[in-house]
Ligand binder design. Structure first.
Ligand code: NAD
Ligand code: IMJ
Length: 255
């Protein structure tokens, strides 16, 4: 079969290590012939992400903290001189750890706004800085979770941030549609990444999903990544503003 992303260039934000969903997406995009540009947050993961980028043949690895408008502008300026961008993957979330264990009602104003800024507003900032580079149309993807619309114990402030992220997907899809830029989210089932490690009762969440999901198992990062390939490719050309669940069917269950 012909490669699905041949000739396309993708900017992928959110690789921290080899367990990151963004890394699985980068691998699948590479397999399908895309040129890759990666970003990482902070010196702490610089070396790891540069190594992963080299393995994947990434053309560039940029530092990018999505709370810093300057970082986004700098990347857009660098890319402007190098031609078109076709796809952007936003795979970023952050909340204070204490807000993911104590009662939601105790969330501070500061903690709520931090989660919103990093996990939801950043999609708007990324879309604004990269859309002008998608001169031939394009696809923007983000990662979300069922906790946006159902109560999942401990997800708390991240649930509110993901609800906001999913609404942003719809409003961005409306704004950018006339420029032939599609905007979608993938709602992934639980996966043991760095963002899941240390979360209270996470193994119980994995067990509950495997026990109740129609497919009677958890999802693998590669399955999330293949859905991202679909949405980024021409096969997804009629889909925008949507949330595609890649969760072994768990979200359809009422009991
Ligand atoms: P991860 O920890 O590998 O990825 C999170 C990324 O966010 C990291 O690369 C981190 O550096 C980045 N990040 C945090 N703050 C940032 C900032 N200010 N600027 C730039 N980058 C920043 O974990 P993951 O599970 O791969 O998470 C990726 C996405 O997938 C997140 O949006 C998460 O909510 C979503 N998701 C994860 C799961 C899961 O169970 N792991 C399920 C559904 C959705
Ligand atoms: C996170 C917290 C509580 C329950 C959770 C999760 N469940 C799942 C996750 C059930 C699947 C993982 N997830 C979907 C996330 O979006 C995680 C976001 C996150 C994780 C951390 C951990 C470390 C930290 N801050 C974080 N901020 C966001 O300090």
């Amino acid at each position: 079969m012909a490669k699905l992303l041949e000739g396309k260039t993708a900017l992928i934000l959110g690789v921290a290590n080899k367990w990151s969903l963004a890394y699985a997406i980068a691998q699948a995009f590479r397999r399908e012939g895309a040129g890759l540009l990666l970003t990482y947050q902070g010196e702490r993961v610089k070396e790891t992400v540069e190594e992963l980028g080299a393995e994947l043949g990434a053309a560039h690895v940029f530092e990018c903290d999505v709370t810093k408008e300057d970082d986004l502008v700098r990347i857009a300026d660098t890319l402007k001189s190098q031609g078109r961008l076709d796809t952007v993957v936003h795979s970023i979330a952050f909340a204070n750890r204490e807000d993911l264990s104590r009662p939601f009602v105790d969330t501070s104003r500061e903690g709520y706004l931090l989660a919103q800024e990093v996990s939801a507003y950043s999609l708007v900032a990324v879309a604004r800085s990269t859309a002008p580079l998608m001169t031939g149309g394009g696809a923007i993807l983000t990662l979300t979770y069922l906790g946006s619309s159902r109560v999942v114990p401990n997800y708390n402030v991240m649930g509110a941030a993901k609800a906001s992220l999913e609404a942003a997907v719809r409003y961005l899809a409306h704004d950018l549609g006339p420029s032939r830029i599609r905007v979608n989210a993938i709602s992934a089932g639980p996966v043991k990444t760095a963002s899941a490690r240390g979360i209270k009762d996470f193994s119980k969440v994995l067990e509950a999903v495997a026990g109740h999901a129609p497919l009677r198992r958890n999802v693998e990062p590669a399955e999330v990544a293949d859905a991202a390939v679909f949405l980024a490719s021409d096969l997804g050309r009629g889909v925008t503003g949507d949330v595609l669940f890649v969760d072994a069917g768990f979200h359809i269950m009422g009991l």
